[in-house]
Design a protein around this ligand. Structure first.
Ligand code: SF4
Length: 328
């Protein structure tokens, strides 16, 4: 990566319960996002990926760790100091309809960040709103419509216009297409890619769908139970996944290319509880190739290749050992 926009170091988020008990939502993760690039953050529901996106925008407060944005540690900023940064850090939400205020027109919705951040003189706002709506494929006839008068695709386009109106450097895309039907999903992913090229914006693309992540991302980080268990450039991780969980995610979807189909994984069951996590491999309870020593500590991120790391003690032999234990 040539030019780092965001650098996250040792990020931890705990939600405290009664007494000393806590939910370990994020357990010491590190990653970087370059200017104008997309990092795909993939994992099951409950893996902590949405909490990561919210920490990046300080919508939830990290427990510890650093988040450097353009070189400054934003975890140290007060609410007042954070305000000027808001225009450069934005978010697109999972459910387009729920994310829009039903009583606000498209114009009022897209105007919100401009008014909140006093971005540009007010007389310029209508021109800016019309321009960003055009970029997301909506003409001026949409300005006075309410969310209920829009299709799901149009609602998400309004959400994207609202996020991009202040020309942010980073947009967190939190499962932006998971509630949309497949045709609309492709449309929105294509739109997000073309806006990235024209606006040089970086994305943190959060999804449970590893195929959508592959299409959208320059690099991929795989999350499990609050840990990043593997990260690499997209082509490298798709060609040679080294963590058993990454292989499980990939084997759960049928690739159209038979050469890329992986043996069915033996991983079964649900993601375990995140309450009071132990210092052991977080994937131990579901791992088909676990060893006793995997209980000794959280495995370090091993260097598999250029910019490719996997937090598994058996990364050198994952595919061979999994092939031995996988069903025919
Ligand atoms: S460290 Fe052990 S338990 Fe964890 S993923 Fe690797 S083999 Fe499985």
């Amino acid at each position: 990566m040539t030019d780092t926009l965001v650098a996250v170091e040792g990020l931890v988020k705990r939600f405290y319960l009664r007494g000393q008990n806590y939910v370990g939502a994020i357990n010491g993760i590190s990653f970087e996002i370059g200017r104008g690039e997309t990092l795909g953050l993939v994992g099951e529901s409950g893996s902590g990926k949405t909490t990561v996106g919210r920490c990046l925008l300080r919508l939830v407060e990290p427990t510890s760790g650093r988040i450097r944005f353009e070189g400054s540690d934003i975890t140290q900023l007060t609410k007042r100091e954070l305000k000027p940064l808001r225009s450069r850090l934005q978010m697109v939400f999972q459910d387009p309809f729920a994310s829009l205020n039903p009583r606000r027109t498209v114009r009022q919705t897209v105007e919100e960040p401009l008014a909140l951040q006093r971005y540009a003189p007010a007389h310029a706002w209508l021109g800016m709103i019309t321009e960003i709506l055009k970029r997301v494929g909506l003409g001026p006839q949409y300005l006075d419509r309410f969310p209920i008068e829009l299709t799901a695709s149009e609602q998400q386009r309004v959400g994207i216009a609202r996020a991009l109106i202040t020309s942010p450097k980073l947009v967190v895309l939190d499962e932006p297409t998971s509630t949309l039907d497949p045709t609309v999903r492709e449309e929105i992913l294509g739109l997000l890619r073309s806006l990235q090229s024209s606006m040089s914006v970086a994305y943190l693309f959060i999804s449970h769908d590893i195929m959508a992540v592959e299409r959208m991302s320059h690099r991929v980080a795989v999350m499990y139970l609050g840990h990043i268990v593997e990260q690499a450039p997209t082509a490298a991780i798709m060609a040679d996944p080294r963590h058993p969980y990454t292989r499980a995610l990939m084997s759960a979807v049928l690739s159209p290319d038979p050469a890329r189909r992986l043996p069915r994984s033996l991983v079964v069951g649900e993601i375990p509880s995140a309450i009071n996590p132990r210092r052991e491999c977080p994937f131990y309870s579901r791992c088909p190739i676990r060893l006793d020593r995997c209980l000794d500590d959280v495995p370090p991120m091993a260097a598999v290749g250029p910019e490719h790391g996997a937090a598994c003690l058996r990364w050198r032999e994952t595919s061979e050992v999994l092939a031995e234990v996988a069903p025919e």
